[in-house]
Design a protein around this ligand. Structure first.
Ligand SMILES: [Fe+2]
Ligand SMILES: [Fe+2]
Length: 289
C-alpha cells in the first residue's frame, strides 16, 4: 500500500483508468471472528490477493467504510497489515463501525484523513476522475447523516471540479433498498444531497458501502450503487420484518473503469479462485456452438 497522498497519476488523459472499490471489511483483532462465524481477516486477505493478481492492475483502491468491526486500535493495526500488499494508493473512509480518531492514529502517513475535521472528507484525482469522499457517519449510531458543513464542503468541491467527471464516495447509501433492518440505519434525509447532485450532471456515480450487497439505483440524475463485502453479505429478503441476518454468499468487490471514449463502466468481481479460463473454441480453433 503506497502513501495514498500521492496523486493517482499513472494514467494519461486518454488511457483507461481502473478504480477498485472494496467495502465493509469488518476487520477484527487477530484470532477473532465476526459474530463468531466470519473470518473477516482471511476474507480481506483473499480480496487483496485477488486484486494483486488481476490482469489489469487497478490504479487506485478505495475502501468505503466499515473498515473494522468495532473501531478499536488493534483492529486498525490488523487492517494496516492486511492492506500492506496492495502496491497502489489506497484511500480509506469511515463507516458506522469505525472510529475516526483510531483510524487516523493507525494511518499517520495517510494525510488526507486529516484534510477536514472532525469529519473525514477529502478529494483526490484518479486519472481524469475527481473523487470526493463524504463522511456520513454519526459517532455511536448505525444510521448516517450529512449535515450542513459536510454538504457545504461537497458544494465547494463540486464547484472546484469545474465540470470534470466526479465520483462521490460515501458509506451510507442515499436510497432505501427494501430490506427493513438495514433501511432503518440508512442515510437520514438524502434530499439535500440529492438537490446538490442534481445540479451537477458531471457526477458520474455515487459509490456506497454499508449494504453488503451489489445494488444500483437512479439517484438525482446519476447512478448510485453499493458494493458487496469481501466477508459476509446481508440476507436478500425484503420487507419491514426481514430477518436481521447475513449469509456467506460469494464475496466480491467492484471495478469502475473509466473509458475515455465513453465514461465510467462498473463491473463486479467475485473473489476467489475459479475453474477456467477456458477458450471459446475447441483445440482445432473451430468455434463451439
Ligand atoms: Fe458493514
Ligand atoms: Fe455500515
Amino acid at each position: 500500500m503506497k502513501d495514498a497522498d500521492n496523486r493517482v497519476s499513472a494514467t494519461r488523459k486518454d488511457d483507461p483508468m481502473l478504480l477498485c472499490q472494496i467495502s465493509d471489511l469488518h476487520v477484527k483483532e487477530p484470532g477473532s471472528l465476526c459474530y463468531g462465524v466470519v473470518d473477516s481477516a482471511a476474507a480481506l486477505r483473499a480480496c487483496v490477493d485477488h486484486i494483486v493478481r488481476l490482469p489489469q492492475r487497478p490504479d487506485v483502491v478505495v475502501a468505503t467504510g466499515d473498515l473494522t468491526d468495532f473501531g478499536r486500535p488493534r483492529e486498525y493495526r490488523h487492517l494496516r497489515e492486511l492492506l500492506a500488499p496492495l502496491p497502489m494508493p489506497v484511500y480509506l473512509m469511515p463507516g458506522n463501525h469505525d472510529d475516526r480518531d483510531a483510524l487516523r492514529a493507525a494511518f499517520p502517513d495517510h494525510a488526507y484523513l486529516r484534510a477536514t475535521s472532525p469529519h473525514i472528507q477529502y478529494a483526490f484525482d484518479a486519472g481524469p476522475l475527481h473523487v470526493l469522499a463524504l463522511d456520513t457517519t454519526v459517532p455511536g449510531e448505525g444510521g448516517g447523516a450529512l449535515d450542513a458543513p459536510r454538504l457545504d464542503w461537497l458544494e465547494q468541491k463540486l464547484a472546484e471540479a469545474g465540470g470534470r467527471p466526479v465520483v462521490i464516495l460515501m458509506h451510507h447509501a442515499p436510497f432505501p433498498v427494501g430490506i427493513g433492518h438495514i433501511d432503518s440505519i440508512g442515510l437520514a434525509d438524502p434530499e439535500p444531497l440529492a438537490a446538490i447532485v442534481r445540479r451537477h450532471p458531471n457526477v458520474e456515480r455515487v459509490l456506497c458501502g454499508h449494504l453488503h450487497r451489489p445494488i444500483q439505483a437512479r439517484f438525482a440524475g446519476t447512478i448510485a450503487s453499493t458494493c458487496p463485502s469481501p466477508a459476509h453479505q446481508v440476507l436478500l429478503e425484503f420487507g419491514p420484518d426481514a430477518p436481521n441476518a447475513f449469509t456467506l454468499e460469494p464475496p466480491a468487490f467492484q471495478l469502475h473503469r473509466w473509458e475515455p471514449r465513453f465514461g465510467l463502466v462498473s463491473h463486479m468481481a467475485f473473489i476467489g479462485r475459479f475453474d477456467g479460463p477456458y477458450p471459446f473454441h475447441d483445440p482445432t480453433g473451430a468455434l463451439l456452438e
